[in-house]
Design a protein around this ligand. Structure first.
Ligand SMILES: [Zn+2]
Length: 275
């Protein structure tokens, strides 16, 4: 049974066959992050049909942090993680798993990675070798580079910094409302402020992803864990459609890094979401 929203959302995507290979877990205390991280590792390594089962050897070892296929990059107290440590971790990616079907690499204090270290991780996170998963832990996603954020599936524990501006939340809400109404024109209208503000566009996409994920949880029956108001309207779209929309939002977020033409990006939002 999931202990929090983050676990519920993660287990759901596992059982739906959408397997996140690069995950960010933010918020909570150091201890709660570690506990949830252990549950994520168990879910990745467990071979039961509904992982994590909690009783198999993979689940038991993962929950005690003694699974040989879980490699942790810890850092010295309060220090930055040197880029060489990241490179050493990446070099281990080619080693085959010992006991489980895959290996998990955990970066415990991802906020202590230098920009250089984050860049070194980027390629690996974007296209992880087969059978490799990455889990980054940090107090707040604000402390990581946008390039990392657009390549991970992020989960939040209670107490994560409220990072979103009111404007981004309002804009994402308008897009979500229009999506729930199947209103393509409404989406285009809601994205009008993006023509002049790339940061707002990127932030609104991140908010929208959270709303879609909450809707997906609700649509999958985890209603009590997805109590956000917008989740109810979005949930009516159904899990399959919401999954497509979530993937769209993720792809659009990556587009924003490469593409400087904001009007084009903006029209692409409504175009791709209504294909
Ligand atoms: Zn298990």
């Amino acid at each position: 049974m999931p202990n929090n929203n983050a676990e519920a959302a993660f287990y759901h995507s596992m059982s739906a066959g959408r397997f996140p290979h690069a995950v960010l877990l933010e918020g909570g205390s150091v201890e709660s992050r570690r506990q949830t991280a252990a549950s994520f590792c168990a879910a990745w390594l467990c071979e039961a049909s509904q992982p994590p089962c909690g009783i198999c050897r993979h689940c038991r070892k993962a929950s005690q942090w003694i699974h040989p296929d879980v490699t942790t990059l810890a850092d010295g107290e309060g220090k930055q993680i040197p880029v060489d440590a990241v490179r050493a971790l990446i070099a281990q990616c080619i080693v085959k798993p010992g006991e489980a079907a895959r290996r998990v690499f955990v970066v415990e204090n991802a906020h202590r990675l230098t920009p250089q270290g984050q860049n070194a991780l980027l390629k690996c996170i974007e296209e992880p070798p087969p059978a490799v998963c990455f889990l980054l832990l940090c107090p707040s996603r604000k402390e990581l580079l946008p390039t990392i954020l657009s390549r991970v599936t992020a989960y939040s524990l209670p107490g994560a910094d409220e990072e979103f501006s009111a404007e981004a939340v309002a804009t994402a809400q308008k897009i979500a409302d229009a999506l729930a109404r199947h209103d393509e024109w409404g989406v285009l209208a809601a994205t009008a402020p993006f023509d002049k503000a790339k940061p707002l566009l990127q932030e609104s996409l991140r908010v929208l992803k959270e709303m879609l994920r909450a809707g997906l949880l609700r649509a999958s029956g985890a209603a009590e864990l997805a109590d956000k108001v917008e989740a109810a309207a979005l949930a009516q779209l159904g899990a399959a459609r919401l999954t497509v929309l979530l993937e769209c939002a993720q792809a659009l977020e990556r587009d924003t890094e490469r593409n400087a033409n904001l009007s084009l990006l903006r029209t692409r939002i409504s175009a791709t979401m209504f294909v």
